[in-house]
Design a protein around this ligand. Structure first.
Ligand code: FUL
Length: 693
């Protein structure tokens, strides 16, 4: 052998060695998910059911002194809940075993405040058992919500409560079979009944529950259970900072294991985080979590649920969708219908992957190995992936669709068992011989779905423009999904002018004023129209090109606000509190020392039987009232109290608050803010309205 040949062999051995190294799988990039997290991530969607004494008192949070005798669902049927959830595409159900009021849906040994003292099934019922059994029957996973805050317990706030809390946790994690997720609500501490003390108790949610040992107990009793915790040590899943049903478009499944977590970290994750803490998007199919009859016309529609799908699962999150239970113990037929139609819409949208097994070319393939070829992202196999060489952080994959193909969705998945990597990417299509950019985005993670107007193209180019480590792409999907029209919004301003609008492009509107369901034969909307006084307006969007219409919007308006006046306002644009426009708000600081009252002259005498309060809808808004009193007066001097209470979950869910009371006659109303979410002296109002007889 000549020296030259020998050196040649050495060189080629060296390079073979290098390329062999590259044909091995990429090493993990930062933190990776546990098997338990993987399992839940792959479930994608699961349900909450909210049921408790609140269901009978029309409240969001119970104070802890509500009568157990109220709990008597005549038709309760957990099998109905399980069937509906299953048909709505849910893979599991988490039941509110104990909400903040402390009432237990199972006959806990450790409290009298439970189903065992309720008339339901003569105190022999166990709703948690029925739920666990129904889940088993319907092939669903079973999970438990156990509120750490307990407004009934006399021990809440004291060390003894932790023993009580862990005893209850042990009951739930021992007696009902496998639990896939435990949910510890972050709302913690404040005023409550507390065994009759009726006082305010504050705790430090980070330290009070000794989460380390509480977690150890969970891991011992239920090794496959994931922990959702908003109040203390980092669990397996995180809250996304809102109950509206979306996570950030940039969504890293990472946080730091210790230290404070900001709103941005909750919503977008933390690229540099050292622990895998995936995002769970929790929201309700109705505005509120518990059942309220006045929300029967506010159930999320199929287009709204599809938005939720794209803004949660389509953004690397899981979707936790709540179904409230009615006082009779069943899910409302509208919730059932919309839930099931939603599942059908999801199925239709992703029925045919137009990229499946299509020819594809990658700009770089790890070690040039077939094991990591572009085709591995198009083979529908969840164990194979396209990967690039270690030092390649930008790469593209071009898919040949064969024929000109129409599509409007692009889906990408990373092989997250090796960590989350991609920081930015774009999608282009070859349309009539020219490359056209369809969408640009940031993170991918477990799953990312992009929506864009339909396009007809022969090739699609997916380019990763930035990545933490070499990209590892599990799956690509291209779909032609049906498009659903959104229900329009109907608003009425202070002058009594009604407007109907939508974000969709192109539809026309039809409406009715007599409570009947609008069709393409009803009144056609041709611009703002006057309608003063009480009315129920129903409206639809209609697309003349397809003949399809949106779900129906129903808005009820009470007496005219034309002659309303805010009394004594000295600052800001007070009219914004009563202008009928939910996106404007008035904030009053009054004398700068205490919260001041809002007094409105209704311009005439009415039988006032309720009021509505919408807090400022902008993010980080100040002046969100949490505790209030409401008065009515004839003369703006002698006031009769009509109602008082709390707007319970208003910080996380800043919805229109509706309160009804025994009617009182008067010309003036007064909303007195006693506390707000920031504990300062600003009272803010996006809208205030009355309900009259
Ligand atoms: C919130 C609670 O305060 C609500 O009542 C509801 O249970 C929701 C899921 O979490 O923080």
């Amino acid at each position: 052998m000549t020296k030259k040949i020998f050196v040649g062999i050495l060189i080629s051995l060296f390079f073979t060695g290098v390329s062999n190294a590259q044909t091995g799988m990429p090493i993990p990039c930062g933190p990776t998910p546990t098997e338990n997290q993987m399992r839940v991530q792959e479930m994608e969607s699961y349900a909450f059911v909210h049921f408790s004494l609140n269901t009978y008192t029309d409240q969001s949070w119970g104070f802890g002194n509500e009568d157990v005798n109220l709990f008597n669902p005549q038709k309760s049927d957990c099998r109905q809940w399980a069937r509906i959830c299953k048909e709505s595409g849910m893979k599991g159900i988490i039941i509110t075993a104990k909400h903040h009021c402390g009432f237990c849906l199972w006959p806990s040994k450790y409290t009298e405040y439970s189903v065992k003292n309720a008339p339901w099934k003569n105190g022999k019922g166990d709703m948690v058992r029925e739920m666990a059994d129904a889940c088993k029957e319907y092939g669903l996973k079973f999970g438990v919500y156990l509120s750490p805050w307990d407004r009934n317990s006399k021990d809440y706030g004291k060390p003894e409560y932790i023993t009580y809390f862990r005893n209850q946790l042990t009951e739930l994690l021992t007696n009902y079979g496998e639990v896939f997720e435990i949910w510890f609500d972050g709302a913690n501490g404040g005023d409550g009944y507390y065994g009759g003390a009726n006082e305010t108790r504050k705790i430090d949610a980070k330290t009070y529950y000794d989460w380390k040992n509480t977690y150890a107990l969970i891991h011992k009793l239920q090794p496959k259970c994931v922990i959702w915790n908003d109040g203390g040590d980092r669990g397996d899943l995180r809250w996304v900072g809102t109950e509206e049903g979306n996570v950030g478009e940039t969504n890293w499944s990472l946080l730091n294991a210790t230290g404070d977590v900001s709103w941005n970290m909750l919503h977008f994750g933390l690229e540099t985080g050292n622990k895998w803490v995936m995002a769970e998007v929790n929201t309700s199919i109705r505005p509120e979590w518990f059942y309220h009859p006045n929300e029967d016309s506010k159930v999320k529609t199929v287009p709204q649920l599809m938005d939720l799908y794209y803004n949660s699962i389509g953004r690397n999150g899981t979707m936790l969708l709540n179904f409230p239970i009615m006082p009779n113990g069943l899910i409302h037929p509208t919730d059932e219908k919309n839930g099931i139609e939603f599942a059908i819409a999801v199925k239709e949208s992703f029925a045919v992957n137009l990229a499946l097994n299509k020819n594809a070319k990658a700009s770089n393939v790890r070690g040039k190995s077939v094991k990591f070829a572009a085709s591995m992202a198009l083979d529908g196999n969840k164990n194979t992936y396209w990967a690039t060489d270690d030092n390649t952080k930008t790469a593209s994959l071009t898919i040949d669709l064969g024929n000109p193909t129409i599509f409007n969705r692009f889906l990408a998945q990373e092989y997250i068992r090796l960590g989350q990597r991609v920081k930015a990417f774009k999608v282009e299509a070859l349309v009539d011989g020219n490359w056209k950019e369809l969408a640009k985005a940031t993170t991918i993670g477990y799953k990312r779905i992009l929506r864009f107007p339909a396009v007809k193209a022969t090739q699609v180019r997916f380019s990763i423009t930035d990545s933490k480590c070499c990209p590892v792409i599990l799956n690509i999907g291209i779909y032609d999904a049906p498009v659903f029209l959104n229900a329009p919004s109907v608003e009425r301003n202070q002058n009594g002018e009604v407007t109907i609008t939508t974000n969709d492009i192109g539809p026309i509107f039809y409406y009715t004023l007599d409570g009947s369901t609008p069709t393409a034969k009803s009144n056609r909307y041709s611009g703002a129209f006057p309608f003063d006084g009480k009315v129920e307006i129903k409206a639809i969007s209609y697309d003349p090109s397809t003949g399809k219409n949106s779900p129906v919007t129903t808005e009820k308006f009470d007496i005219s606000k034309k002659s309303w006046k805010i009394v004594g306002a000295t600052e800001g644009n007070s009219i914004e509190a009563i202008d009928g426009n939910p996106s404007t708000a008035w904030h009053q600081k009054g004398d700068g020392k205490t919260l001041v009252d809002l007094v409105i002259d209704l311009g005439g005498k009415y039988n006032v039987s309720g009021f509505k309060y919408l807090p400022d809808q902008s993010k980080w808004s100040s002046g969100i009232i949490t505790t209030y009193e409401f008065y009515v007066s004839d003369d703006n001097m002698n006031w009769k109290i009509a109602d008082q209470g709390e707007f319970s979950n208003i910080k996380n869910n800043p919805l229109m608050q509706i309160r009804k009371f025994r009617p009182l006659q008067g010309r003036y109303i007064k909303l007195r803010a006693l506390k707000n979410t920031y504990g300062d002296i600003v009272a803010g109002y996006a809208e205030v309205d009355v309900i009259t007889l």
